[in-house]
Structure formats: structure tokens, C-alpha cells
Write a protein that binds this ligand. Structure first.
Ligand SMILES: *Cc1c(COP(=O)(O)O)cnc(C)c1O
Length: 386
């Protein structure tokens, strides 16, 4: 991501703010699209909970991506950005009646369903509206994603999905209900996955489930492998675009898709993280007896990942490059967890310096809050600043 060429523009804007490099974003989308072509009938959905900026949604539409939504609000925002309902899949353990009705009204592709009570409610509401809802079952495949415990979702102890042994009876239940159509299987085992063996294991689990279902006479139209591909938070400059080649090749090699079976994936972080940066100004340098603190005007209200799951984001000083010292980079919020990085090497840093927190394009602004009566900060794209 080229930040320095925007330095003068950044200096004229009130901080903090998010910046999205649309050139990098488009190249990322292009590569994902191109690499997915090894799998016939493949569909990429942008998991818009990672980033729902209208220009990013429109870019997803331009590249032919659909949307993975996890709330009624996301469905409505995707439609507003021009994504057709039939390109939207809808996940979530706690879909309310109001949200299910939004999905039905907009003829979304499918509901990724996680429990029997949810199946009954969708059948009831679809019946009232004279519709047939397509149902994909979110399977809990009991695969360890080997990622942070707060972003692991595919283990039996997690709240997500239906256990493998309950899948066949659940499909039979769906097929017995008049307003539902069993459409396919859905998996999402976690996030920030860098070990491709995890996706290989997932493929193998899917294959054996498919065999068992076929033996029982069940036809599955669609396999959705979820998201989870990770990005390089340590050296984003070296790896600005994740290795989509490796990712899609794993499924190409190991997942036994049937003829005419659709392949869906829902990528969030890998599509948007590296194109975003949180730009902030140093308010004070505070020298303690043991530590030097660079106190920013951005805090966890703007980017909560470090406080929420001890995430590391690379931080660079955009306006100073001489000397070196060791700093804790912290926010201004009255909570001890409002820390972006500890004991990192930076050039000598001063009050007023512009800092960039990198890889902030996923789970950044979308998780912002107004705690401490701090207003939500602005987002600028490189297209805006041209
Ligand atoms: C969050 C989520 C995703 C996206 O995950 P990433 O790790 O950002 O790719 C995909 N599918 C579902 C169901 C999700 O909840």
C-alpha cells in the first residue's frame, strides 16, 4: 500500500480516519477472482461484516462477487449498493423474524441455518409470504482452525453450526416441510487461518459427509466452505495480497465436488484487510520511568482488534524517519486495554507525527463504537482523495 504519496493530503484531514487503497483492493479482488476459476461453478461472496464501505461493496459487485451477510441490516446495505438478492447468502445463529422476512422479501440465494428451531421459523414465515426458502445447513465439522480461541468457530464446543451426526435427520426434516428446499452444506471454521492443512482437513471431512448423504439418497446443490483465509499482519508490505492461488488449489485438489455442484466461499479479511490503514496523529509523547508512550488520537473505539483479541498490527510513522527508540503505542481511552502495540521500534516520534496502523481494512471501522462519547471516524478511499 502506497501511503507516503498521500502524506500531504493526509496532513490536511482531521485525524483519526480510515484510508482504503482502492487500487490494491481491486488488484486483490482481481487475483481472488482469477484464482477461483480453477473450480467450475465457483462463487466468491464478500463477508461484509469485515468491511461494509459502499465503495467496497460496489467493487465486490463489479468483480461479480456476492455477499455473505450476517444480519438484516447487512442485507439491506448490500441491496442498496446494487448487489442483487439472489447473490446474497445469510448466516448467523440468531436470525430474528424481522431479519428472516428481509431475506425472504429480497429472494436471497439461501439461509445458512444453524438449528432446528430456526428451520421451523423460516418455514412458517416463508409459508405466510407464499415463498419457498432455500436452506443450507451450517455444519460443525469439528476441525481445529489453529487460530486464536476467540475466532475459532468449527469445534464441537463452539456455538456455531449443527453437529455432523445430526445432519442427515435435519435434512430429512427440511425436506418434510412445505416451504423449504434443502440446497446445500455450509462450513466456516474460523478466521485468520494461515495453515492450508486446515482447509485440506475440512475438504476431507466434507467428502466423507457427502458420501454418507449420497448413500442416503440426498442431493446437495451447493458446498459453501466459508471464509477464514488469513493475512500477514507482521509484514503487510511484503504480502499485500494473500495467496489465493494456494487457497483455491487446496479445494481444487482435495474437495470432491460433484458435477453441477456449486462451490461457494465467503472471504472477508483476506479481501479487505491489507487495503486499509488507520491514520492517526500523536497527541503526546509521555516518558515514564520504564517506558515511552506514544499516545495517539485513535483508540480502541476506532480499531478494537488489539484490545479484543491481542491482535498485532504493524505501525509506521509516516512523518518522521530519523533516529530510533522503543515505544508503547496507546490510545486515549480510559481503559488499560487501549494499547495498539508494546515495545516496538519506531523512528524518533514526536507530538503531531502522523502514524499509520496497517492491515486495518477488515474488522476495523465496522467494529467501531462511540464509547467515551467519541464520534465514529470518517473513512476515505483513494478514489475520494484523487
Ligand atoms: C466472519 C465470517 C466469514 C468471513 O471470515 P474471514 O475470516 O474474514 O474470511 C465468512 N463466513 C461466515 C459465516 C462468517 O461468519
Amino acid at each position: 500500500m502506497e501511503l507516503l504519496k498521500y502524506l500531504d493530503t493526509f496532513k490536511a484531514l482531521p485525524t483519526p480516519f480510515y484510508f482504503y487503497d482502492m487500487e490494491l483492493l481491486r488488484e486483490t479482488f482481481r487475483q481472488a477472482q482469477e484464482e477461483s476459476c480453477c473450480i467450475p461453478l465457483s462463487f466468491i461472496h464478500l463477508a461484509m461484516k469485515a468491511n461494509s464501505h459502499p465503495q467496497i461493496l460496489q467493487t465486490a459487485r463489479d468483480y461479480g462477487f456476492g455477499i455473505d451477510a450476517v444480519s438484516g441490516g447487512e442485507i439491506l446495505k448490500a441491496i442498496e449498493a446494487g448487489i442483487p438478492g439472489p447473490n446474497i447468502v445469510f448466516a448467523g445463529v440468531g436470525k430474528t423474524d424481522r431479519e428472516i422476512i428481509i431475506g425472504l422479501k429480497n429472494d436471497i440465494l439461501c439461509f445458512n441455518v444453524e438449528s432446528i428451531p430456526e428451520i421451523e421459523v423460516i418455514n412458517h414465515l416463508a409459508g405466510q409470504m407464499g415463498k419457498i426458502a432455500r436452506i443450507t445447513l451450517r455444519v460443525n465439522p469439528d476441525v481445529d482452525a489453529h487460530t486464536h480461541k476467540n475466532i475459532t468457530t468449527g469445534l464441537e464446543e463452539n456455538k456455531f453450526g449443527i453437529d455432523l451426526c445430526d445432519i442427515l435427520p435435519t435434512i430429512k426434516k427440511i425436506n418434510s416441510l412445505p416451504h423449504l428446499n434443502y440446497y446445500g452444506l455450509h462450513f466456516h471454521i474460523g478466521s485468520q487461518i494461515l495453515n492450508m492443512d486446515v482447509f485440506q482437513q475440512l475438504s476431507i471431512k466434507i467428502n466423507s459427509l457427502q458420501n454418507a448423504l449420497e448413500n442416503a439418497g440426498i442431493t446437495t446443490n451447493s458446498i459453501n466452505v466459508g471464509g477464514g483465509l488469513g493475512v500477514d499482519y507482521t509484514s503487510p508490505e511484503k504480502h499485500p495480497i494473500p495467496c489465493f492461488h494456494e487457497y483455491f488449489q487446496i479445494f481444487y485438489k482435495f474437495l470432491k465436488l460433484r458435477p453441477h455442484q456449486e462451490f461457494h466461499c465467503e472471504l472477508g479479511r483476506s479481501l479487505t484487510a491489507q487495503s486499509g490503514a488507520l491514520i492517526s496523529q500523536v497527541v503526546f509523547i509521555k516518558e515514564g520511568h520504564v517506558k515511552k508512550f506514544a499516545i495517539l488520537d485513535a483508540g480502541f473505539t476506532d480499531l478494537i482488534r488489539p484490545a479484543l483479541y491481542q491482535a498485532n498490527h504493524k505501525i509506521i510513522n509516516l512523518s518522521s524517519s530519523t533516529g530510533e527508540d522503543i515505544y508503547d503505542v496507546v490510545g486515549p481511552i480510559c481503559e488499560s486495554t487501549d494499547v495498539f502495540a508494546q515495545d516496538i521500534h519506531l523512528p524518533l516520534t514526536h507530538r503531531g507525527d502522523l502514524m499509520a496502523i496497517l492491515s486495518a481494512g477488515a474488522y476495523g471501522h465496522v467494529m467501531a463504537s462511540e464509547y467515551n462519547c467519541r464520534p465514529l471516524i470518517k473513512e476515505y478511499t483513494s478514489d475520494d482523495l484523487k
